[in-house]
Design a protein around this ligand. Structure first.
Ligand code: NDP
Length: 246
């Protein structure tokens, strides 16, 4: 049961992270929500407070280690622990490698990989000391397969999947920290807005016609994992829309 637990959610300003923050709050968790767009976090704050939930929101750029540390510290200072971390912040500026979108490669590596490491590093000492915790990492179907124009994005998500298994091996048995890697297929969010490669316009348009998953579907899957009994370590959840082939 997560009632009364402290859950930190990165990238809570839109899409999956926003839905996860709401779902965890409805289930009784105290939520620390981080992202760069503080105006969006403010409306999440109001929504959760209005429904009687407990929340703190904090400006968080996961590429900055100091901000990840202070995000975790804010939760621990307010509520005395950091029980669940949902490493959700990420971006997907797909592009063909030949177009050499170097700054987008850097951004994906910094947010999708290093951000996950920094935030995990910020909570793990608290979890180890408490001998209890749950890390939920947002990988993707792109952490299992590779597709055209997705070489760098898929590489970052393969890294998240590998890191999740490494965390499990190091911390589950000995420190009672559970690890869940979430691997969604297409989810209807703002994520395609980060694509700037003009040759992908058709791909982006065709994705709009698919019956995609909703952010809430992923939030429910995360809820299942974190609500599972303590002896049960839900390590991976892969969810595709029924109409998605690969
Ligand atoms: P959105 O674009 O709606 O949300 C992305 C979130 O990440 C935003 O809240 C954004 O907040 C945050 N973010 C981006 N950069 C940073 C940063 N430097 N520091 C902190 N937060 C950051 O997309 P989704 O909800 O779809 O994406 C969430 C996760 O789900 C990502 O990891 C994505 O790879 C993964 N995913 C998505 C799929 C999909 O089809 N939508 C499929 C599989 C996985 P802000 O800009 O305010 O900082």
């Amino acid at each position: 049961m997560i009632k009364g637990k402290v859950a930190l959610v990165t990238g809570a300003s839109s899409g999956i992270g926003h839905a996860v923050a709401l779902a965890l709050s409805r289930a009784g968790a105290k939520v620390a929500a981080g992202a760069r767009r503080t105006d969006r976090l403010e409306s999440l704050n109001q929504e959760i407070e209005k429904s009687g939930g407990e929340i703190i929101v904090q400006k968080l750029d996961v590429t900055k280690k100091a901000e990840c540390d202070s995000f975790a510290e804010a939760a621990v200072k307010k509520w005395g622990s950091a029980d669940i971390l949902v490493n959700n912040a990420g971006l997907m500026p797909l592009s063909f490698f030949k177009n050499l979108k170097v700054s987008e490669w850097d951004q994906m590596i910094d947010v999708n990989i290093k951000g996950v490491l920094y935030c995990t590093g910020a909570v793990i000492p608290h979890m180890v000391a408490k001998k209890s915790g749950h890390i939920v990492n947002m990988s993707s179907i792109a952490g299992r397969i590779v597709f055209p124009a997705g070489s760098v994005y898929c590489a970052t998500k393969h890294a998240v999947t590998a890191f999740s298994e490494g965390l499990r091996q190091e911390f589950s048995q000995h420190s009672n920290i559970r690890v869940t890697c979430i691997e969604p297929g297409v989810v209807d969010t703002e994520i395609n807005n980060t694509i700037t490669d003009a040759s992908l316009t058709k791909f982006v348009e065709s994705a709009k016609h698919m019956v995609a998953l909703k952010a809430e579907d992923i939030a429910n899957a995360i809820l299942f994992a974190v609500e599972s009994p303590a002896h049960m370590n839900v390590n991976e959840i892969l969810i595709r829309p029924t109409t998605q082939e690969r």
